[in-house]
Design a protein around this ligand. Sequence first.
Ligand code: 1GP
Length: 249
Amino acid sequence: MSIYQKLLEISKTKGAGFLVLLDPDKIDPKKLREKLSIFEESGVDGILIGSSLLLNTGLDGIIKEIKSSVNIPVIIFPGNAYQVSRWADAILFLSLVSGRNPNFLIGEHVRAASAIKEFNLEAIPTGYMIFDSGKMTSVLFMSDTKAIPFDKPDIAKTHALAAQYLGMKMIYLEAGSGAKTSIPDEVVSEVKEYISLPIIVGGGIKDPQVAQNKVKNGANFLVLGNALETNSDSSKLKEMADAIHFKTK
Ligand code: 1GP
């Protein structure tokens, strides 16, 4: 079964998937294995790895280590064409459709394509949409694009639909890592009603109730990064996983 199929299955059986984003620059190698086993035990469904700006040159080694520690999918969430590794299960092949920067619509993709083929890495075409959470996030700065305002759901809907017509298999609604405010529930539900693709929501989600509301409004996957870097004890994680998987509880 492809990783994409596996993700769809998770969303179907659990109501939504809980994905954790690991930023290679913030990983403490001494604590990685322990952290990963807590993730898996607590009900995390998959690991995303990548960063808008990556300083660490050891991505391959980190992914290899993650893969040897967990049985859940390990998926690259790349900030550019250098973030490709043969050790991952798949890569979100992101096209930054909310922007008009050709480099992130097709440029980095061309640079990465031959390595993805050589590594036999599953590419999951994903329409990536950045929203304005009221703060200049790394992804917005590094991509040199404009963000969609939270109060313009029509702009969000039509971008998502265009991405669907372009053949994307998923839509990622991104408030940016460390965003002050996560994507509003109304934006999630309006996009959900307008398109037929699975929706990933990330950026600024810290609270289980906030996460659950996104699922109730149509999110198929939630991505958490920052909140788990500071607090990843197993009871908090379990609480978050239960909130996201509430349909099966
Ligand atoms: C960023 O959506 C992810 O790409 C996660 O964001 O770090 O704010 O959880 P946080």
